[in-house]
Write a protein that binds this ligand. Structure first.
Ligand SMILES: [Zn+2]
Length: 141
């Protein structure tokens, strides 16, 4: 629920400063994390606040909560109603992780890309899987 979500965003802002989370960024988080139960998001936020010196970004949340992220029954029903086919590339999740070298972090890091299939259309905030090579080696990563 949005109220619960905003409460957690407040906790993050209190720990990392309001400037770390622009309203644009928060909306992108919401697009992704609204699939989560409030308590799962809360526990992810607690873990990250306890362990991260820098403001945690979406990839870090998703790494923590991925096992809990499920395509809801409603979404699945909608999908079969419009004849979406199962996708072997993304396992019908709509997104895939790619490990790439992060220049900022100086280590390999899992980045999220949306799949080219019908399932991926929900995640417009993510770069397309076909753009992976364009992202590799970017200084901003
Ligand atoms: Zn796919």
């Amino acid at each position: 629920m949005r109220i619960e979500f905003d409460k957690q965003i407040e906790r993050l802002k209190n720990s990392y400063g309001a400037n770390a989370y622009s309203s644009n960024r928060i909306e992108l988080f919401w697009e992704w994390l609204n699939l989560l139960a409030a308590k799962d998001f809360e526990s992810a936020v607690s873990k990250l606040i306890a362990s991260e010196r820098q403001p945690p970004m979406l990839n870090q949340f998703v790494e923590l909560v991925l096992p809990k992220l499920q395509v809801s029954k409603k979404l699945q029903e909608e999908a079969s109603a419009i004849g979406r086919k199962e996708c072997a590339v993304c396992d019908s999740k709509g997104f895939v992780f790619k490990t790439m070298m992060s220049k900022k972090l100086q280590r390999n890091y899992e980045y999220i890309f949306r799949c080219e299939c019908e399932w991926g259309k929900k995640y417009t905030a993510w770069p397309l899987l076909s753009d992976v090579t364009a992202y590799q080696g970017k200084d901003s990563l």
